[in-house]
Design a protein around this ligand. Sequence first.
Ligand SMILES: Cc1ncc(COP(=O)(O)O)c(C=O)c1O
Length: 474
Amino acid sequence: MKVLQEEQRVTVMEGPWTPVDVIKQIVDEGNQEDPFYVMDLGEVVNRYHRWKELMPRVEPFYAVKCNDDKLLVSTLAALGAGFDCASKAEIELITSLGVKPDRIIFANPAKMASHIRYSAAAGVDLMTFDSEIELLKIKQHMPHAQLVIRIRCDAAVAQCPLGIKFGCDPVAEAPRLLKLAAVLGLEVVGVSFHVGSGAADTEVYARGVQWARALFTAATRAGHHMRLLDVGGGFAGGSHSCLAQVAQVINNALETHFPERSVRIIAEPGRYFAAAAYTLATMVHAKREVTSKDNANEDETHTMYFVNDGVYGSFNCVLYDHQQVVAEPLIPSRAAPRPCSVWGPSCDALDCVLPSAFLPPQPAGAWLVWRDMGAYTLPVASPFNGFPVPRVVPVVRAALWAVLKDLWPLTEAHFVQSVPAAGPQSPPPSPSSPSPPSPTPSHSSEPSPSSSPPPIAALDDHHSRLVFVECALK
Ligand SMILES: Cc1ncc(COP(=O)(O)O)c(C=O)c1O
């Protein structure tokens, strides 16, 4: 198999470890200067299983916009998730993995004509709308589409409210649009809503399901055959977030309003799958002590830390996604925390990650760890001012890899594996280091018995703590 530059490698980990341990090992290599992410595939798998366990009726269609990292979407594809795509490029990415078009919803209520035509050609029939103009456009470019009417249903509090942009009024507008669709000969099959991203209110889902029921009745009267309910996204994603409460609200609402199993129920979670799987590591490359007067006119010193990723990179989430990020020193210290601020690397004064924080004093060269950084970070990050977007170092525990590698599209044919010569203490590959040596003399894109890696269990115990794997996804 030819290993291309842009392909991602997965480091298979044996024994106990955490993403912070992996960061320490990479940093201990000594020549690491750029920020990087450690991405734990296991977190995605655990969350998928938790979802299935708590909401067995609700099929997750991952919202690709949240983080389009190929390894993340491939893992979700392997697990059997569907996908919410908002554009031609997102449909192209997901279908290129081999995902069947009936596992995709084109969930952008305001689509470009060429994207609708692309969707038609790709066989992605399911798409949302919330206006008359969209219906006319779909009539012209894809009259056989299966339409889902998006209604507005806002959580009382959300990190990013969406109702100001999308969703027709379920009472004042939706019944008229359903009738217009019927007059145009278009097929409406379902109702969707999105309560807002990072919603703080769980009861809102019950309200959305109830409105959807009323619109199923109205749509049936207008002549449509209704069979899909999409409860959207908005599910929390941080390491300490809990799905159980919202799952109970949704399950109860479904039992009350949609007891019939003939209706397909889907959701569009984004941050739920992406956030906790990614831990960011940044380095303090400069610092400055500043003194100012406090409220009592006393001198107050404050340390400004400059790190190698900022609001034009991963921390765009502070501006656009209203995330509250938390810095943790990689090396714990007993020293008392002191007032400080954290700044990005660019020459722009807007590039402030944390205007006011408390950290034990950090020397230049110290590393800071930021957990739960997988949602709405990487896809928006830019290399402004010449500072690179952090690379992702994917890791997975060996027992899980043994299963994942057999699941399409992460088949064994897409992995090359080698054992580090230095033995158990060897760190995982640094994001900037070249590919590790492969034990296979030649690589082919076709699976072949000779290029199959040995089973993990067969590896010499002394050399098996870290196994390097190169993953070439289709
Ligand atoms: C249509 C749609 N679906 C799903 C999502 C994902 O939302 P979340 O990440 O809150 O689950 C978004 C986010 O903006 C969206 O616009």
